[in-house]
Design a protein around this ligand. Sequence first.
Ligand SMILES: Cc1ncc(COP(=O)(O)O)c(C=O)c1O
Length: 413
Amino acid sequence: MEDINRDTVSVFQDVPQAPPDAIFNLTKQYKEDTYDKKINVGVGAFRTDDLKPYVLPVVKKAEAILFNDANLDHEYQPIAGEESYTRAAVKLILGEDSPAIVEKRYAGVQTISGTGANHTGALFLSLFYKKSKKCFISNPTWANHRNIFSLVGFDVEEYPYWNPETRGLDYVGLLQSMREAPEGSIYVLHACAHNPTGVDPTQDEWKGIAEVMREKNHFPFFDCAYQGFASGDLNKDAWAVRYFVEQGFELFVCQSFAKNFGLYGERAGNLTIVTKSETNAQGVLSQFEKLQRSEISNPPAFGSRIVKTVLNNQELYNEWTKNLQYMSGRIIEMRKALRDKLTELNTPGTWNHITDQIGMFSFTGLKKSQVQVLKEKYHIYMTENGRISMAGVSTKNVDYLAEAIDYVVRNVQ
Ligand SMILES: Cc1ncc(COP(=O)(O)O)c(C=O)c1O
């Protein structure tokens, strides 16, 4: 009897089925749909006006350089990544003249794209950050923030961010949360192009946020997945991070090169760390190396080689900024086209938020029931919260999209 049990009863029998990932599941449904006018505005990856994936021309050049480099091998990388990569990544986000760089009180760790930077940073804080076990994420936010911080043991709460009435930032609510939070809480802040709302604080609002965070000794944990992709200007998109550094904060910044280099699958990311002193930075880096060793041992080489080839070569860097302007420019044009069409159709409501918002996503304000009808009647796929990826909008489908939105706004409660 005992033997039979051993053969048939799994040690995993109590493991429940987890729900599929909402975004990847949406793409699967879209792919299975055979309707010719179908639209995928769920995906968080750039598409050309022909709705094709885009390999940046500068990336192709860097690949050719790597391919022809007779000295390249496939040895392990250093545990924290090549310094020529992490230094370039740190410089990109903090700016060359950053006081943190000048005073050598920074460190960089190559991570598994932006997700890995969030995870490694959160894991480090769970072990070494002693002020608080509370972590605040924006409401709404990128779905992974909660998973990542709660998995490493933080008590995760949300701070108000989106104000549905103004379809903008709930600045008052945000500041109130920061004032009421326990001293030294961790605040996850989107450096630019907030996902999913596309709403960023203004520079004055960032100054107000920094002031309260300083008063309450909160720890800024920046997530920067869209530098250069948001406005087309790498410096402008890094403004908030640089302001906090100027104000003397110690902080982490998660960097992803998925969107701004189109290197989604290559998993090239970086965690930039700013501390009070060079000695602090060295100690922190040594512990990150220890953590990284047990987690991934060494970071992957291909994507980071492309990134560092571009970042460390002025000519390629200049070309990259043009590629960024093309991507951000197309997104901005599509925002305008969608807003214009909705205005032309006299679709009830105001639509200026579509062009006010920035980055890959637009938070339309559409209800779950309306999103459902868009999928069932029009074969338009978007996340339940009404978020549209502007990358899925093109000159060819924008009219169809606007007409469908017009229908649901008028007819679906
Ligand atoms: C806010 C935010 N953080 C981090 C990421 C991480 O992306 P990746 O791991 O592909 O670099 C994303 C991607 O969608 C994001 O929107």
